[in-house]
Design a protein around this ligand. Structure first.
Ligand code: ACO
Length: 434
């Protein structure tokens, strides 16, 4: 904390408050208003948390104007080029890059926790075959709290670590089970000799009647997408996990709340919506018509995969994904992908349009990721589940940071009440219709 202060004077009461200004390692200062109610008798009003820092965190930093994203200080571009998802998971969870031995032990521990209880597998039979996979994943993750309730003491650091390894390890297994249920195929058990993403592809695409060989290009592409999706500081789903977790609830239940929050089309669900939108647009000739709809406030149509609360510049993740789209599609022999061509045209045209330029609306992480997931054979309804697998690492890192903080308190926002003032109860016979 610095010695800087911000003087606030209420002209009606004459009361003056000195608000401490707090500085982070990098990024804008924040005004500490935690005593404003005690000193001035008012609350702050910031619906949708546009300018509110809800916590202190050491995990991820974003500079939305410069298009910078750092995990524990490391630029996401460098991690994407040189690291792996397992290494990034360790970095986010433990704060430092692992040594060779730490990396081996961590990967081994994750591999050992990949199986899920057989009873949990039977849960899937209760879902209709066309249930959305995010609904199944959210429900099954929540149900894990029933299996690990008595054995999870959130105040015990070792229990917290076991929880972290378990949920990171089991999310791909749960996701694959949801997929197999949707397509009516038998569940494929994890293969612990495979690396994280290879194992995920095997559980997704293997069938008991044939040998399945993981395509290394597909595994590498998935690993890269997972690195890019692993964390994004206090976004809607992470804040949901923190808020739910702040009550002391079972951590599996808190992660399930995060899955539910991610599902929405304004957040992680946009990757699914982008492909639907591109198919709807169909051809380059139709782009102007759909851009006009996106600009028309009465149409409720938005350009999915465009815009971001924090990035007012290129989302660095979208840039990387657009670059690797060319490479991955070529290596997989799908370089004549018409939806990718359409997406490139749409980006080009939108970024020359005054509406998008003046509002600083750029492609976000969801704009191109679906093109790669499709090329890997992952069905559209599973795209947001892929996001959830990767983001589980971030959710857990934030939950761990919050629970280990001795100053943690239950999250409890206030409100500006605009309902009826106090009034007396009127017996039914005397009530007048409005
Ligand atoms: N298409 C058309 N107009 C848009 C879009 C869009 N995709 N995004 C924002 N705008 C417009 C808004 O209508 C608003 O215009 P106005 O100033 O004339 O009223 C202005 O840009 C600011 O937009 P807000 O909605 O206030 O921005 P906010 O920060 O609340 O929303 C969000 C951010 C939800 C991402 C929004 O840009 C959006 O809906 N994008 C499409 C969905 C999407 O891609 N979501 C994924 C985000 S990344 C992630 O969560 C992983």
């Amino acid at each position: 904390m610095t010695a800087k202060n911000f003087e606030l004077k209420n002209p009606n009461t004459g009361l003056t408050t000195s608000l401490p200004v707090r500085s982070g390692t990098i990024g804008p200062d924040v005004l500490d208003i935690s005593n404003i109610n005690r000193d001035q008798g008012v609350f702050s009003f910031d619906p949708a948390f546009g300018v509110t820092a809800s916590c202190e965190s050491k995990i991820t930093y974003i500079d939305g104007d410069a298009g910078i994203l750092l995990y524990r200080g490391y630029p996401v571009e460098e991690l994407a080029e040189k690291s792996s998802f397992m290494e990034v998971a360790y970095l986010l969870l433990y704060g430092e890059l692992p040594t060779v031995r730490q990396a081996q032990e961590f990967s081994a521990s994750i591999s050992r926790h990949t199986m899920i209880n057989e009873s949990l597998l039977r849960f899937f039979h209760g879902f209709h075959h066309n249930a959305h996979p995010m609904a199944m994943v959210s429900a099954v993750v929540a149900s894990m709290s029933a299996f690990y309730h008595d054995s999870t003491d959130i105040h015990d650091p070792r229990h917290r670590e076991i929880f972290a390894h378990r949920i990171v390890a089991k999310l791909p297994t749960i996701a694959a089970a949801a997929h197999k249920h949707s397509v009516g195929q038998p569940f494929v058990y994890p293969r612990n000799e495979l690396a994280y993403c290879s194992n995920m592809l095997s559980m997704f695409f293997a069938v008991p009647c044939e040998d399945y060989e993981v395509n290394p290009v597909a595994a590498k592409a998935l690993d890269l997408l997972f690195i890019l999706h692993a964390d994004h500081e206090q976004n809607a789903s992470t804040s949901t996990v923190r808020l739910a977790g702040s009550t002391g609830t079972n951590p599996y239940a808190a992660i399930s709340a995060g899955v539910a929050a991610l599902w929405g089309p304004a957040h992680g669900g946009a990757n699914e919506a982008v492909l639907a939108m591109l198919e709807q647009i169909g051809t380059v000739d139709n782009i102007p018509k759909y851009l006009a709809m996106a600009k028309d406030k009465s149409s409720h149509f938005r350009l999915m995969g465009f815009g971001h609360r924090v990035y007012k510049n290129f989302d660095p993740r979208a840039k990387i994904i657009r670059e690797i789209c060319h490479e991955v599609l070529a290596k997989l022999g799908r370089n004549d992908n018409p939806l990718f061509e359409l997406a490139l045209h749409l980006e080009e045209i939108a970024l020359k349009d005054e509406y998008f330029v003046s509002r600083k609306l750029y492609p976000n992480v969801d704009f191109y990721s679906g093109i790669i997931y499709s090329a890997l054979g992952i069905p559209r309804s599973m795209f947001t589940v892929m996001f959830a697998i990767a983001r589980t690492v971030g959710w857990v890192a934030h939950w761990l940071e919050m629970i280990a903080d001795p100053g943690m308190r239950i999250g409890r926002p206030r409100q500006l009440y605009t309902g009826a003032a106090r009034r007396d109860y009127v017996p039914a016979a005397l009530r007048k219709t409005a």
